[in-house]
Design a protein. Structure first.
Lengths: 308, 310
């Protein structure tokens, strides 16, 4: 399969190297130091799951048109430059190109569809912790790396089966879901709470969950998002908040969600895609989302990564 | 008059210096490098139009060290607002039957909390808008215009001891006035202080940035409205336009201003969160007034309240 990977960060590199080693024609779209490193040294992945991998010959470009025409575009950029990433993809998509976004956020498919046309967009998410260690080198931590995706309509289509087959052949734990919208909302509910509250409080997960006041913010974020999902016609189930809290409590107390990590590194924050989106959808759908709005207001001036 | 300055920072140091100049027997309580500098080099006050050094002065670490000289007539209480009860307990050795304690720190329950330890009869209540900082140990910088130190009986009204103190301060060239309703004055100032501290600290932004963005401005406004609602529920006769004035303040002060709670957070110091947004949350809960913005700010910052993280 001809695969273009937009965003050769932790996620893109981790899945890309597996797809390339399985014989797919994978092109990484990257920039700057990462692009230079991929061209000269190839791609290295240091993975808790897979061990050390090295792909010496990497097809990498900073010109998306050179990566096409692609049958599949795997979109793994950060959510804050989604529209510009989508616009830059137009040269490499043709009528048969499928776009699978794996980034955090609940309206990613809709935002991509608005730029690239809704018919080519799948819904997707992944559960993996991977980050750039240095240009051309990424590290993956933890025991999870699975991908969940599906047609937004819930149908099982030939193109979805083809993507599943390619991922499975590459050894990636992949699930073709008949309710990917619900899956995305469920993950979003958790990530918005974990990333939002940990970044807000500059704290790892453990102290946030141990303190009754910060835990109330955590469950508040989730409760608001469950109400948003319900208003949007997505049924997450009565116990989604309790289940997500229980899942969080089983995680290591030292866990740093990605937005806290980005905050500490003074990188751009995904707060717009996480709590900012919940606040905006709350206004649009008439659902009160004061805690998401509060977190958004508290973090938005640091979202550009400019201030310490 | 024998006076103890509990906390010889920018405020306590300046008022203490004026009282020394007026011939009073003033004991400064300080800690660490600042205490060491006060002992070895004295106290230097730098203002726009004048600079002077008082040396030697009486500088001690603990009020108990002043006990052999007998009780003090006045305690100016100018520490930070964390561990108020602990600081009050340390005053016990210099308290006599007539000792008056005048706290000048921000907050709406300061006199009550100190009174619970020391006996309410000793307490006056006061506030000041004195800007200033301690640029290096032993040196106090007092830029800008001096606003009056305002004080009065915590329960309102007038008294002979208040009149006497007014005269004492005026003789010492301390700009001051007396309030017959100091609680209302404290709450009026508190609406502003609490909103500024909360919104700027939780966002890590200056007043100008908070003012210039609709989301952070709304957060500041919610904080002010909740604080005013709690005040009114407590029977405080807050001015009708207290919230409007608080909003107008945002656009009036220098955009680069950072409230002290934000400065403390940036330096990894303890936060005065319990006497700011925390107290609004608690008093609101007692009176059935919803305070979601203050509660959220409190929760967002409480893991830093002891300053263990930067």
């Amino acid at each position: 399969m001809n695969i273009a990977i937009m965003g050769a960060g932790g996620l893109g590199a981790f899945y890309g190297i597996q797809l390339a080693r399985a014989g797919n024609a994978v092109t990484f779209i990257a920039r700057g130091a990462t692009l230079a490193a991929l061209r000269t040294q190839g791609l290295r992945v240091k993975s808790e799951l897979l061990g050390d991998l090295h792909l010496p010959q990497v097809r990498a470009t900073d010109i998306p048109a050179q990566a096409g025409p692609a049958e599949l575009v795997l979109l793994t950029t950060k959510a804050y430059d989604l529209e510009s990433a989508a616009r830059s993809l137009t040269p490499l998509v043709n009528p048969d190109t499928t776009v699978l976004p794996l980034l955090n956020g609940v309206d990613i498919a809709e935002r991509l569809g608005a730029v690239l046309g809704p018919d080519r967009i799948l819904g997707g998410l992944c559960r993996v912790s991977a980050a750039i260690a240095e240009p051309g080198v990424i590290t993956q931590a933890g025991k999870f790396s699975n991908v969940v995706f599906g047609e937004l309509s819930g149908e099982t289509t030939p193109r979805a089966r083809a993507v599943l087959a390619a991922f499975e052949a590459a050894g990636i734990a992949t699930e073709l879901s008949p309710h990917i919208r619900r899956d995305i909302w469920t993950k979003y509910l958790f990530i918005a709470a974990a990333s939002g509250v940990c970044a807000l409080t500059s704290s790892t997960l453990g102290p946030v969950l141990n303190d009754p006041d910060t835990r109330a913010l955590f469950t508040g974020v989730m409760t608001e998002i469950a109400a948003l999902a319900a208003r949007a016609g997505i049924t997450l189930g009565d116990s989604v908040v309790a289940n997500s809290l229980a899942a969080a409590q089983k995680m290591p107390p030292t866990m740093k969600p990605s937005m806290l990590h980005d905050l500490e590194q003074r990188k751009s924050l995904e707060v717009e895609a996480l709590n900012g989106t919940a606040a905006r959808l709350g206004r649009e759908l008439g659902v009160p989302t004061p805690i998401n709005q509060f977190i958004y207001a508290a973090l938005k001036h640091r979202a550009a990564g400019a201030t310490p | 008059m024998r006076i103890l300055i509990m906390g010889a920072g920018a405020m306590g140091g300046y008022y203490g210096a004026r009282l020394v100049q007026a011939g009073h027997d003033v004991i400064f309580i300080a800690r660490g490098a600042h205490l060491e500098a006060l002992r070895t080099r004295g106290l230097t006050i730098v203002r726009d139009e004048e600079q002077f050094t008082l040396h030697p002065i009486q500088a001690l670490e603990d009020p108990a060290q002043a006990a052999p000289g007998g009780p003090v007539a006045l305690v100016l209480f100018t520490t930070k607002a964390y561990d108020l009860e602990g600081a009050a307990q340390r005053l016990a050795p210099v308290m006599g039957p007539q000792t008056v304690v005048l706290p000048l720190l921000n907050g709406v329950d300061i006199a009550e909390r100190l009174g619970a330890v020391l006996g309410m009869a000793h307490l006056l209540a006061g506030l000041t808008y004195l800007p200033g900082n301690v640029p290096r140990p032993g040196v106090i910088n007092q830029p800008g215009v001096e606003h009056p130190l305002r004080f009065g009986e915590p329960g309102g009204g007038h008294s002979a001891r208040v009149a006497f103190l007014l005269e004492t301060f005026r003789t010492a060239r301390i700009l001051c006035d007396v309030s017959e309703d100091i609680r209302t004055d404290l709450w009026t100032k508190f609406v502003l202080i609490n909103s500024t501290a909360g919104a700027c600290t939780v966002t890590r932004q200056t007043v100008g940035t908070v003012a210039g963005d609709p989301d952070t401005r709304a957060l500041y406004q919610a904080c002010a409205q909740e604080t005013a609602a709690v005040a009114r529920a407590m029977g405080i006769a807050l001015p009708e336009d207290a919230v409007e004035k608080t909003m107008a303040y945002l656009d009036k002060v220098p955009a680069r201003n950072k409230p002290s709670m934000l400065q403390d957070l940036e330096r990894g110091k303890p936060l005065e969160l319990e006497t700011l947004n925390g107290v609004v949350m608690r008093l609101g809960a007692e009176r059935g007034v919803p305070t979601p913005a203050n509660r959220s700010i409190y929760a967002a910052l409480k893991l830093h309240v002891n300053g263990r993280r930067a």
